[in-house]
Design a protein around this ligand. Structure first.
Ligand SMILES: Cc1ncc(COP(=O)(O)O)c(C=O)c1O
Length: 381
């Protein structure tokens, strides 16, 4: 990714002056810092950042500046990144399946918190990780709705397995905890309520008092016009249900948001390469680029279109089939995108709320994928 250190007032100022040929992601540090403070002040426990959602150094540095002191890492690469940028931060290695080489790497980097969802992976941790002062969180799953897709399809133990795992963790001398992830872009606080109640059942059945309950990521970012995430309502639900469900055995709470912290701090500007014979729109970014996630969780509708001079297109909405730049026919944005009818070659299509799972899933397929990164004071066009 090309990095521009110049700070621009807003995306419009950059786009009309620079006329970029490649897609550009605009980053507003003020937005991520404000979101981090909102979590730190509102969430009733420790706020950690899921590095995978956007591991950009500018992202991590701004989170640290805003007071984030813990990071959820999925790999040795992410562990090393955090040890370099935030040497004193807590690292939670919450990818429940790891090779022995990866476990050894994390032990050598003084990682003290791990998650697990199976007997085979717990056996590896018991064998290789010194138990003293070390936490292992048992990750479980529930068939609840509310998220953009089902995270339980890959990770999470059933209730019965979680009970056995928790007993083994405690018996082996580790600090026993529980964790879950309700699924990404989860807009329903009731999902957390169900998970927290079930965590209390698991702890009770295992006869283990847990030290911490990690309520995962999954907090939504602003993707739909007029539907602003109600984070504080979710924080309130989490605190209240945890007190109700655990009573005197209330564990310390942890969360590990990715998208909610980084998502709204980035705006993407893609360019219209062609409006083919007045019908299909071809952009210079697509599903193999920073719009990868749209294919998984659906279109983001916070979209604005401006001409090359920076003037907002305001024609009536005319939905279009929209393709990315590669020769692959699956490189198509979901459904039909509600563009203004006067959209034209050379225009900029601006997608707001694009900071999560965008820079990091961008590929160089077909030789595309060169992204600009530009810092702006404000993301308002
Ligand atoms: C263990 C874990 N924690 C946190 C996250 C972050 O989720 P989100 O970006 O939905 O907040 C993920 C995402 O995959 C995850 O796997």
């Amino acid at each position: 990714m090309g990095l521009s250190k110049t700070i621009w007032t807003n995306p419009t100022e950059f786009l009309k002056n620079q006329q970029p040929e490649n897609p550009v992601l605009f980053f507003a540090p003020s937005v991520v810092q404000a979101m981090a403070r909102r979590f730190i002040e509102g969430f009733p426990g420790l706020v950690t950042y899921a590095v995978k959602s956007n591991p950009g150094e500018e992202m991590v540095e701004n989170l640290v500046a805003a007071g984030v002191q813990g990071f959820d890492c999925a790999s040795p690469f992410e562990i090393d990144l955090i040890r370099r940028l935030a040497p004193d931060a807590a690292i939670h290695y919450n990818n429940p399946v790891r090779s022995r080489t990866e476990i050894a790497h994390a032990v050598a980097r003084n990682v003290k918190s791990w998650s697990v969802d199976s007997h085979s992976e717990l056996a590896k941790l018991v064998e290789m990780v010194p138990a003293d002062g070390c936490e292992i969180s048992v990750r479980f799953k529930l068939p609840v709705s509310g998220a953009a897709y089902n995270f339980g399809a890959k990770f999470g133990a059933t209730e019965d397995v979680a009970v056995e795992l928790l007993k083994t963790v405690a018996a082996a001398g580790f600090i026993p905890s529980i964790t879950f992830h309700p699924g990404t872009q989860c807009t329903d606080p009731a999902a957390w309520a169900s998970y927290i109640r079930e965590a209390a059942v698991i702890a009770r059945r295992a006869g283990v008092k847990i030290a911490r309950l990690n309520v995962g990521g999954g907090f939504p970012n602003h993707r739909a016009t007029g539907v602003v995430p109600q984070l504080e309502a979710t924080f309130e639900t989490i605190g209240r249900i945890a007190r109700e469900a655990f009573g005197d055995d209330l564990p310390a709470l942890v969360c590990e948001p990715g998208r909610a912290l980084c998502g709204d701090a980035f705006t993407l500007a893609a360019r219209v390469k062609s409006v083919r014979d007045g019908t299909h729109v071809f952009l210079n970014d697509g599903l193999y680029g920073s719009l990868f996630e749209l294919g998984q969780i659906g279109i983001i509708d916070r979209i604005e279109v401006m001409d090359a001079a920076g003037k907002r297109r305001s024609g009536a909405v005319h939905p279009r089939i929209t393709f990315g730049p590669t020769c692959d026919s699956i490189d198509r944005l979901p459904g039909e995108v509600p563009f203004p009818e006067d959209i034209a070659e050379g225009d900029f299509v601006v997608f707001h709320g694009m900071g999560a799972y965008s820079t990091v899933t961008n590929s160089r397929f077909n030789g595309f994928g060169e992204l600009g990164l530009v810092t702006v004071l404000s993301l308002r066009l």
